[in-house]
Design a protein around this ligand. Structure first.
Ligand SMILES: [Zn+2]
Length: 470
Protein backbone atom coordinates (compact mmCIF):
# COMPACT_ATOMS: atom_id res chain seq x y z
CA UNK A 1 0.00 0.00 0.00
CA UNK A 2 3.04 2.25 -0.07
CA UNK A 3 2.17 3.67 -3.46
CA UNK A 4 -1.06 4.90 -1.83
CA UNK A 5 0.60 6.72 1.04
CA UNK A 6 1.89 9.66 -0.98
CA UNK A 7 -1.35 10.59 -2.79
CA UNK A 8 -3.40 10.42 0.40
CA UNK A 9 -0.94 12.16 2.71
CA UNK A 10 -0.23 14.88 0.14
CA UNK A 11 -3.93 15.47 -0.39
CA UNK A 12 -4.52 15.73 3.36
CA UNK A 13 -1.74 18.33 3.70
CA UNK A 14 -3.32 20.31 0.86
CA UNK A 15 -6.84 20.05 2.33
CA UNK A 16 -5.71 21.56 5.62
CA UNK A 17 -5.18 24.91 3.86
CA UNK A 18 -8.40 26.97 4.12
CA UNK A 19 -8.05 28.57 0.66
CA UNK A 20 -11.49 30.19 0.49
CA UNK A 21 -11.42 32.79 -2.32
CA UNK A 22 -14.73 34.35 -1.24
CA UNK A 23 -13.25 35.09 2.19
CA UNK A 24 -9.66 35.76 1.04
CA UNK A 25 -8.04 33.16 3.32
CA UNK A 26 -5.21 30.69 2.70
CA UNK A 27 -4.43 31.96 -0.81
CA UNK A 28 -0.68 32.54 -0.42
CA UNK A 29 -0.31 29.34 1.56
CA UNK A 30 -2.01 27.27 -1.15
CA UNK A 31 0.22 28.79 -3.87
CA UNK A 32 3.33 28.12 -1.82
CA UNK A 33 2.23 24.54 -1.18
CA UNK A 34 1.61 23.87 -4.88
CA UNK A 35 4.82 25.47 -6.10
CA UNK A 36 6.85 23.41 -3.61
CA UNK A 37 4.96 20.27 -4.56
CA UNK A 38 5.44 20.69 -8.32
CA UNK A 39 9.08 21.66 -7.94
CA UNK A 40 9.84 18.74 -5.63
CA UNK A 41 8.61 16.40 -8.35
CA UNK A 42 10.82 18.00 -10.97
CA UNK A 43 8.25 20.13 -12.78
CA UNK A 44 8.95 23.75 -13.63
CA UNK A 45 6.53 25.77 -11.54
CA UNK A 46 5.70 29.42 -11.07
CA UNK A 47 3.16 31.53 -9.30
CA UNK A 48 1.79 34.11 -11.72
CA UNK A 49 0.13 37.29 -10.57
CA UNK A 50 -2.37 38.75 -13.03
CA UNK A 51 -4.01 41.11 -10.58
CA UNK A 52 -6.29 38.83 -8.55
CA UNK A 53 -5.45 35.67 -6.65
CA UNK A 54 -2.34 34.27 -8.34
CA UNK A 55 -2.43 31.33 -10.72
CA UNK A 56 -0.03 28.46 -10.14
CA UNK A 57 1.42 27.14 -13.40
CA UNK A 58 3.63 24.06 -13.79
CA UNK A 59 4.89 21.99 -16.68
CA UNK A 60 6.99 18.98 -17.54
CA UNK A 61 8.08 18.88 -21.15
CA UNK A 62 9.44 15.39 -21.75
CA UNK A 63 9.84 15.77 -25.50
CA UNK A 64 8.37 18.46 -27.70
CA UNK A 65 7.32 15.85 -30.25
CA UNK A 66 5.03 14.11 -27.75
CA UNK A 67 1.41 15.13 -27.23
CA UNK A 68 0.69 17.55 -24.39
CA UNK A 69 -2.10 17.42 -21.83
CA UNK A 70 -3.12 20.56 -20.00
CA UNK A 71 -4.82 20.06 -16.64
CA UNK A 72 -7.06 22.87 -15.47
CA UNK A 73 -7.80 22.87 -11.73
CA UNK A 74 -8.39 25.39 -8.96
CA UNK A 75 -6.93 25.67 -5.50
CA UNK A 76 -9.71 27.84 -4.10
CA UNK A 77 -12.71 26.29 -2.37
CA UNK A 78 -16.19 27.38 -1.36
CA UNK A 79 -16.80 28.79 2.14
CA UNK A 80 -17.34 25.92 4.60
CA UNK A 81 -20.39 27.46 6.31
CA UNK A 82 -22.64 26.32 7.97
CA UNK A 83 -19.91 24.91 10.21
CA UNK A 84 -22.29 23.21 12.63
CA UNK A 85 -23.47 20.88 9.87
CA UNK A 86 -20.01 19.29 9.46
CA UNK A 87 -19.45 15.97 11.28
CA UNK A 88 -15.68 16.62 11.31
CA UNK A 89 -14.15 20.10 10.84
CA UNK A 90 -13.99 21.17 7.16
CA UNK A 91 -10.25 21.82 7.17
CA UNK A 92 -9.33 18.76 9.21
CA UNK A 93 -9.33 15.98 6.58
CA UNK A 94 -10.85 12.87 8.12
CA UNK A 95 -11.30 9.36 6.74
CA UNK A 96 -14.56 7.65 7.76
CA UNK A 97 -16.02 4.54 6.18
CA UNK A 98 -13.69 4.59 3.18
CA UNK A 99 -14.42 8.26 2.47
CA UNK A 100 -12.24 11.31 2.91
CA UNK A 101 -14.16 14.29 4.31
CA UNK A 102 -12.94 17.88 3.93
CA UNK A 103 -13.87 21.07 2.10
CA UNK A 104 -12.26 20.76 -1.34
CA UNK A 105 -11.82 16.97 -1.23
CA UNK A 106 -13.88 16.68 -4.39
CA UNK A 107 -14.05 20.28 -5.61
CA UNK A 108 -11.25 20.47 -6.52
CA UNK A 109 -8.20 19.49 -4.53
CA UNK A 110 -8.71 15.71 -4.79
CA UNK A 111 -8.74 15.94 -8.57
CA UNK A 112 -5.55 17.96 -8.74
CA UNK A 113 -3.55 15.69 -6.43
CA UNK A 114 -4.85 12.59 -8.28
CA UNK A 115 -3.53 14.09 -11.52
CA UNK A 116 -0.20 15.02 -9.97
CA UNK A 117 0.02 11.52 -8.43
CA UNK A 118 -0.50 10.03 -11.91
CA UNK A 119 2.37 12.11 -13.28
CA UNK A 120 4.49 11.23 -10.25
CA UNK A 121 3.91 7.52 -10.78
CA UNK A 122 5.79 7.77 -14.07
CA UNK A 123 8.64 9.57 -12.33
CA UNK A 124 8.89 7.09 -9.43
CA UNK A 125 10.85 4.22 -10.76
CA UNK A 126 13.48 3.60 -8.17
CA UNK A 127 12.62 0.96 -5.59
CA UNK A 128 15.12 2.43 -3.12
CA UNK A 129 13.07 5.59 -2.79
CA UNK A 130 10.39 5.70 -0.16
CA UNK A 131 7.42 7.08 -2.04
CA UNK A 132 5.97 8.50 1.14
CA UNK A 133 8.80 11.01 1.41
CA UNK A 134 8.11 13.36 -1.44
CA UNK A 135 10.02 16.25 -0.02
CA UNK A 136 12.58 14.19 1.87
CA UNK A 137 16.11 13.11 1.25
CA UNK A 138 15.18 9.97 -0.70
CA UNK A 139 13.53 11.81 -3.56
CA UNK A 140 14.83 10.79 -7.02
CA UNK A 141 15.27 14.38 -8.11
CA UNK A 142 17.69 14.92 -5.28
CA UNK A 143 19.53 11.68 -5.76
CA UNK A 144 19.99 11.62 -9.53
CA UNK A 145 23.44 13.12 -9.34
CA UNK A 146 24.75 10.77 -6.68
CA UNK A 147 23.42 7.68 -8.38
CA UNK A 148 21.26 6.46 -5.53
CA UNK A 149 18.04 6.68 -7.38
CA UNK A 150 18.43 6.95 -11.10
CA UNK A 151 15.24 6.99 -13.10
CA UNK A 152 15.12 4.24 -15.67
CA UNK A 153 15.02 5.30 -19.32
CA UNK A 154 11.65 5.08 -20.98
CA UNK A 155 9.73 5.52 -17.75
CA UNK A 156 9.29 9.21 -17.94
CA UNK A 157 5.72 10.39 -18.44
CA UNK A 158 4.71 9.29 -21.95
CA UNK A 159 3.31 12.75 -22.71
CA UNK A 160 4.10 16.34 -21.79
CA UNK A 161 2.00 17.79 -19.00
CA UNK A 162 1.00 21.32 -18.08
CA UNK A 163 -1.01 22.46 -15.06
CA UNK A 164 -3.01 25.67 -14.71
CA UNK A 165 -4.26 25.99 -11.12
CA UNK A 166 -6.72 28.87 -10.80
CA UNK A 167 -7.23 30.67 -7.49
CA UNK A 168 -10.59 32.26 -8.27
CA UNK A 169 -12.76 29.57 -9.86
CA UNK A 170 -15.30 29.67 -7.05
CA UNK A 171 -15.73 33.43 -7.49
CA UNK A 172 -16.05 33.40 -11.27
CA UNK A 173 -12.35 33.43 -12.33
CA UNK A 174 -12.25 37.21 -12.90
CA UNK A 175 -8.51 37.34 -13.72
CA UNK A 176 -8.28 34.14 -15.76
CA UNK A 177 -9.10 35.92 -19.08
CA UNK A 178 -6.07 38.17 -18.54
CA UNK A 179 -3.87 35.15 -17.79
CA UNK A 180 -5.06 33.27 -20.88
CA UNK A 181 -4.54 36.19 -23.25
CA UNK A 182 -1.04 36.82 -21.86
CA UNK A 183 0.11 33.20 -21.67
CA UNK A 184 -1.72 31.68 -24.61
CA UNK A 185 1.52 30.27 -26.07
CA UNK A 186 2.76 28.89 -22.77
CA UNK A 187 -0.39 26.85 -22.09
CA UNK A 188 -0.64 25.44 -25.62
CA UNK A 189 -1.60 21.75 -25.54
CA UNK A 190 -3.34 19.08 -27.60
CA UNK A 191 -6.20 18.75 -25.14
CA UNK A 192 -7.31 19.85 -21.72
CA UNK A 193 -8.55 17.74 -18.85
CA UNK A 194 -10.97 19.94 -16.98
CA UNK A 195 -11.16 20.30 -13.21
CA UNK A 196 -13.82 17.87 -12.09
CA UNK A 197 -16.22 15.04 -12.73
CA UNK A 198 -16.96 11.69 -11.23
CA UNK A 199 -19.22 8.68 -11.14
CA UNK A 200 -23.01 8.56 -11.21
CA UNK A 201 -25.49 6.80 -8.92
CA UNK A 202 -24.62 3.41 -10.48
CA UNK A 203 -20.88 4.16 -10.45
CA UNK A 204 -20.58 4.73 -14.19
CA UNK A 205 -17.85 7.27 -14.96
CA UNK A 206 -18.86 10.57 -16.56
CA UNK A 207 -17.15 12.35 -19.42
CA UNK A 208 -18.46 15.86 -20.05
CA UNK A 209 -17.60 17.79 -23.20
CA UNK A 210 -18.61 21.27 -22.30
CA UNK A 211 -20.41 23.29 -19.70
CA UNK A 212 -23.21 25.79 -19.38
CA UNK A 213 -22.38 29.45 -19.02
CA UNK A 214 -23.59 31.48 -16.10
CA UNK A 215 -24.44 35.03 -15.20
CA UNK A 216 -25.69 36.35 -11.93
CA UNK A 217 -26.98 39.64 -10.66
CA UNK A 218 -28.75 41.33 -7.81
CA UNK A 219 -32.10 43.00 -8.46
CA UNK A 220 -32.88 45.83 -6.07
CA UNK A 221 -36.15 47.68 -5.44
CA UNK A 222 -36.17 50.80 -3.26
CA UNK A 223 -38.96 52.55 -1.37
CA UNK A 224 -38.94 55.30 1.29
CA UNK A 225 -35.61 56.62 2.54
CA UNK A 226 -35.96 54.61 5.76
CA UNK A 227 -38.05 51.72 7.07
CA UNK A 228 -41.52 53.02 8.01
CA UNK A 229 -44.42 51.92 10.24
CA UNK A 230 -46.36 49.40 8.14
CA UNK A 231 -49.56 51.46 8.44
CA UNK A 232 -47.98 53.75 5.79
CA UNK A 233 -48.06 50.82 3.35
CA UNK A 234 -51.51 51.93 2.27
CA UNK A 235 -50.07 55.09 0.68
CA UNK A 236 -46.31 54.41 0.31
CA UNK A 237 -44.69 51.99 -2.16
CA UNK A 238 -43.51 48.68 -0.69
CA UNK A 239 -40.30 47.63 -2.50
CA UNK A 240 -40.88 43.97 -1.55
CA UNK A 241 -44.08 43.96 -3.61
CA UNK A 242 -42.35 45.77 -6.49
CA UNK A 243 -39.64 43.15 -6.51
CA UNK A 244 -42.11 40.25 -6.39
CA UNK A 245 -44.11 41.68 -9.29
CA UNK A 246 -40.93 42.24 -11.30
CA UNK A 247 -39.74 38.68 -10.65
CA UNK A 248 -43.20 37.38 -11.50
CA UNK A 249 -42.94 39.01 -14.91
CA UNK A 250 -39.75 37.09 -15.72
CA UNK A 251 -41.09 33.55 -15.62
CA UNK A 252 -44.49 31.83 -15.86
CA UNK A 253 -45.75 28.92 -13.79
CA UNK A 254 -44.92 26.51 -16.63
CA UNK A 255 -41.25 27.48 -16.15
CA UNK A 256 -41.03 29.47 -19.40
CA UNK A 257 -38.70 32.46 -19.20
CA UNK A 258 -40.69 35.42 -20.49
CA UNK A 259 -37.88 37.84 -21.33
CA UNK A 260 -38.36 38.84 -24.98
CA UNK A 261 -35.97 36.96 -27.28
CA UNK A 262 -34.37 35.08 -24.37
CA UNK A 263 -34.38 31.79 -26.30
CA UNK A 264 -33.33 33.31 -29.66
CA UNK A 265 -29.71 32.19 -29.44
CA UNK A 266 -30.38 28.74 -27.98
CA UNK A 267 -28.77 26.14 -30.25
CA UNK A 268 -31.06 23.15 -30.67
CA UNK A 269 -29.50 19.72 -30.09
CA UNK A 270 -28.39 18.00 -33.32
CA UNK A 271 -28.82 14.32 -34.16
CA UNK A 272 -25.49 13.29 -32.58
CA UNK A 273 -26.45 15.24 -29.43
CA UNK A 274 -29.76 13.39 -29.28
CA UNK A 275 -28.10 10.03 -29.78
CA UNK A 276 -25.60 10.79 -27.03
CA UNK A 277 -28.17 11.83 -24.47
CA UNK A 278 -30.38 8.87 -25.36
CA UNK A 279 -27.49 6.68 -24.18
CA UNK A 280 -26.86 8.82 -21.11
CA UNK A 281 -28.35 7.19 -18.02
CA UNK A 282 -30.21 9.71 -15.89
CA UNK A 283 -31.29 7.86 -12.76
CA UNK A 284 -34.54 9.68 -12.01
CA UNK A 285 -35.67 7.53 -9.09
CA UNK A 286 -32.31 7.74 -7.32
CA UNK A 287 -32.00 11.47 -7.92
CA UNK A 288 -35.49 12.16 -6.58
CA UNK A 289 -34.71 10.14 -3.48
CA UNK A 290 -31.33 11.79 -2.93
CA UNK A 291 -32.71 15.32 -3.42
CA UNK A 292 -35.91 14.66 -1.48
CA UNK A 293 -38.32 15.62 -4.28
CA UNK A 294 -41.38 13.87 -5.71
CA UNK A 295 -41.13 14.97 -9.32
CA UNK A 296 -39.09 17.07 -11.72
CA UNK A 297 -40.20 20.46 -13.02
CA UNK A 298 -43.21 20.41 -15.33
CA UNK A 299 -43.55 16.67 -14.63
CA UNK A 300 -40.83 15.88 -17.17
CA UNK A 301 -39.28 12.42 -17.43
CA UNK A 302 -37.16 10.41 -19.84
CA UNK A 303 -35.60 11.97 -22.92
CA UNK A 304 -37.49 15.26 -22.48
CA UNK A 305 -36.08 15.66 -18.98
CA UNK A 306 -32.52 14.96 -20.19
CA UNK A 307 -32.91 17.36 -23.10
CA UNK A 308 -34.02 20.07 -20.72
CA UNK A 309 -31.21 19.34 -18.27
CA UNK A 310 -28.47 19.57 -20.89
CA UNK A 311 -29.77 21.96 -23.52
CA UNK A 312 -32.03 24.50 -21.87
CA UNK A 313 -31.13 27.74 -20.15
CA UNK A 314 -32.46 28.50 -16.68
CA UNK A 315 -33.35 31.42 -14.45
CA UNK A 316 -32.98 30.74 -10.77
CA UNK A 317 -33.68 32.81 -7.65
CA UNK A 318 -30.75 32.28 -5.26
CA UNK A 319 -32.04 34.42 -2.41
CA UNK A 320 -34.62 37.04 -1.46
CA UNK A 321 -34.13 39.70 1.21
CA UNK A 322 -36.40 42.39 2.58
CA UNK A 323 -37.75 43.75 5.85
CA UNK A 324 -37.84 41.86 9.11
CA UNK A 325 -37.00 38.14 9.17
CA UNK A 326 -36.20 37.70 12.89
CA UNK A 327 -38.06 36.11 15.77
CA UNK A 328 -41.67 37.06 16.35
CA UNK A 329 -43.30 39.70 14.24
CA UNK A 330 -42.53 43.28 13.30
CA UNK A 331 -44.96 45.45 11.36
CA UNK A 332 -42.62 47.33 9.11
CA UNK A 333 -42.62 48.83 5.63
CA UNK A 334 -39.12 48.00 4.39
CA UNK A 335 -37.10 50.61 2.55
CA UNK A 336 -35.50 48.05 0.24
CA UNK A 337 -35.91 44.59 -1.23
CA UNK A 338 -33.37 42.59 -3.17
CA UNK A 339 -33.07 39.29 -4.98
CA UNK A 340 -29.97 37.42 -6.10
CA UNK A 341 -30.64 35.63 -9.36
CA UNK A 342 -28.63 33.48 -11.75
CA UNK A 343 -29.04 32.41 -15.35
CA UNK A 344 -27.50 29.22 -16.75
CA UNK A 345 -26.69 29.72 -20.42
CA UNK A 346 -26.44 27.21 -23.24
CA UNK A 347 -24.69 27.65 -26.62
CA UNK A 348 -24.84 30.26 -28.27
CA UNK A 349 -26.11 32.58 -25.51
CA UNK A 350 -23.92 35.36 -24.08
CA UNK A 351 -24.11 37.18 -20.73
CA UNK A 352 -24.13 40.54 -22.50
CA UNK A 353 -27.18 39.67 -24.57
CA UNK A 354 -28.99 38.37 -21.45
CA UNK A 355 -28.25 41.57 -19.54
CA UNK A 356 -29.52 43.75 -22.41
CA UNK A 357 -32.70 41.73 -22.71
CA UNK A 358 -33.28 41.71 -18.95
CA UNK A 359 -32.98 45.51 -18.74
CA UNK A 360 -35.26 46.02 -21.75
CA UNK A 361 -37.81 43.59 -20.29
CA UNK A 362 -37.94 45.34 -16.92
CA UNK A 363 -38.30 48.76 -18.56
CA UNK A 364 -40.97 47.58 -20.96
CA UNK A 365 -43.13 46.02 -18.26
CA UNK A 366 -43.05 49.06 -16.00
CA UNK A 367 -40.14 48.10 -13.73
CA UNK A 368 -37.58 50.71 -14.72
CA UNK A 369 -37.20 51.40 -10.98
CA UNK A 370 -35.73 47.93 -10.46
CA UNK A 371 -31.95 48.24 -10.38
CA UNK A 372 -29.63 45.55 -11.73
CA UNK A 373 -26.40 45.30 -9.75
CA UNK A 374 -23.24 43.27 -9.97
CA UNK A 375 -24.13 41.57 -13.26
CA UNK A 376 -21.32 39.15 -14.04
CA UNK A 377 -20.78 35.89 -15.82
CA UNK A 378 -19.34 33.95 -18.68
CA UNK A 379 -20.61 32.15 -21.76
CA UNK A 380 -21.05 28.39 -22.23
CA UNK A 381 -18.44 26.14 -23.87
CA UNK A 382 -18.60 23.10 -26.10
CA UNK A 383 -16.14 20.45 -27.24
CA UNK A 384 -17.48 18.73 -30.35
CA UNK A 385 -18.84 15.21 -29.82
CA UNK A 386 -16.88 14.25 -32.94
CA UNK A 387 -13.50 14.95 -31.29
CA UNK A 388 -11.23 11.88 -31.60
CA UNK A 389 -10.25 12.29 -27.95
CA UNK A 390 -13.77 11.28 -26.85
CA UNK A 391 -12.96 7.74 -27.90
CA UNK A 392 -9.41 7.78 -26.50
CA UNK A 393 -10.51 9.00 -23.07
CA UNK A 394 -13.60 6.83 -22.77
CA UNK A 395 -11.55 3.74 -23.71
CA UNK A 396 -9.14 4.54 -20.88
CA UNK A 397 -12.06 5.14 -18.46
CA UNK A 398 -13.72 1.88 -19.42
CA UNK A 399 -10.50 -0.05 -18.84
CA UNK A 400 -10.16 1.33 -15.31
CA UNK A 401 -13.79 1.45 -14.15
CA UNK A 402 -15.06 -1.57 -16.11
CA UNK A 403 -18.35 0.28 -16.57
CA UNK A 404 -19.90 2.13 -19.53
CA UNK A 405 -18.86 5.77 -19.83
CA UNK A 406 -21.68 8.31 -19.64
CA UNK A 407 -20.83 10.99 -22.19
CA UNK A 408 -22.43 14.31 -21.31
CA UNK A 409 -22.52 16.69 -24.25
CA UNK A 410 -22.75 19.61 -21.85
CA UNK A 411 -22.13 19.72 -18.14
CA UNK A 412 -25.16 21.35 -16.48
CA UNK A 413 -22.97 23.40 -14.10
CA UNK A 414 -20.55 26.14 -15.19
CA UNK A 415 -16.88 26.94 -15.38
CA UNK A 416 -14.58 29.27 -17.36
CA UNK A 417 -14.07 26.60 -20.02
CA UNK A 418 -14.97 29.06 -22.80
CA UNK A 419 -11.48 30.52 -22.44
CA UNK A 420 -9.90 27.17 -23.31
CA UNK A 421 -12.22 25.58 -25.91
CA UNK A 422 -11.11 27.99 -28.68
CA UNK A 423 -7.54 26.75 -28.04
CA UNK A 424 -8.06 23.02 -27.48
CA UNK A 425 -10.80 20.46 -26.77
CA UNK A 426 -11.71 20.17 -23.07
CA UNK A 427 -12.92 17.09 -21.21
CA UNK A 428 -14.30 16.86 -17.67
CA UNK A 429 -13.75 13.78 -15.59
CA UNK A 430 -12.70 13.24 -12.00
CA UNK A 431 -12.74 11.56 -8.63
CA UNK A 432 -16.16 12.68 -7.36
CA UNK A 433 -19.40 10.71 -7.09
CA UNK A 434 -23.09 11.46 -6.75
CA UNK A 435 -22.79 11.81 -2.95
CA UNK A 436 -19.74 14.12 -2.92
CA UNK A 437 -21.74 17.07 -1.48
CA UNK A 438 -19.68 19.68 -3.26
CA UNK A 439 -20.25 23.27 -2.03
CA UNK A 440 -22.17 21.71 0.91
CA UNK A 441 -21.23 20.50 4.41
CA UNK A 442 -19.46 17.12 4.65
CA UNK A 443 -17.92 17.28 1.18
CA UNK A 444 -16.17 13.99 0.54
CA UNK A 445 -14.67 11.55 -1.93
CA UNK A 446 -14.59 7.77 -1.78
CA UNK A 447 -11.02 6.53 -1.55
CA UNK A 448 -11.66 3.82 -4.16
CA UNK A 449 -12.67 6.56 -6.62
CA UNK A 450 -9.50 8.44 -5.76
CA UNK A 451 -7.26 5.47 -6.54
CA UNK A 452 -9.20 4.72 -9.72
CA UNK A 453 -9.03 8.37 -10.72
CA UNK A 454 -5.23 8.23 -10.51
CA UNK A 455 -5.18 5.05 -12.60
CA UNK A 456 -7.52 6.62 -15.12
CA UNK A 457 -5.24 9.62 -15.71
CA UNK A 458 -2.30 7.23 -16.11
CA UNK A 459 -4.28 5.24 -18.69
CA UNK A 460 -5.22 8.40 -20.58
CA UNK A 461 -1.58 9.49 -20.64
CA UNK A 462 -0.51 6.08 -21.97
CA UNK A 463 -3.34 5.99 -24.48
CA UNK A 464 -2.49 9.44 -25.80
CA UNK A 465 1.14 8.51 -26.24
CA UNK A 466 0.30 5.71 -28.63
CA UNK A 467 0.65 6.85 -32.24
CA UNK A 468 -2.64 5.15 -33.14
CA UNK A 469 -4.33 7.06 -30.37
CA UNK A 470 -3.56 10.45 -31.84
ZN1 LIG B 1 -16.96 24.54 -7.10
Amino acid sequence: MRERTWPLETLKKYLVIPSVSAQGTGIKEACRFLKTLFTSLGLTAKVIDCGGNPICYAELIVNKKLPTILFYNHYDVQPPEPLEKWISPPFKPTVRGGKLFARGSSDNKGNLIARIAAVKSFLDTCPTVRPDEPFGRGHPRQNDSVGLAVRREGEKPPVNVKFVVDGEEEIGSPTLPRFISKYREMIKADMCIWESGGRDEKDNPDLALGCKGICHAELVARGAKDDLHSSKGVIVKNPAWRLIWALNSLKDSNENILIDGFYNRVRKPGSLDRKTIAKFMFYEKEKKKEWGINSFLAGLTGLKLKERFFYEPALNIDGLTSGYQGKGHKTVLPKQASAKIDFRLVPDMTPKDVLNRLRKHLDRYGFSDIEIHDFRGYPPARTPLTSPYVNIISKAQERVYKKPVMVEPLFAASGPMYLFTPLMPCFSLGVGYSGSSIHAPNENIRLTDYWMGIECIKEIMNELAMPAGR
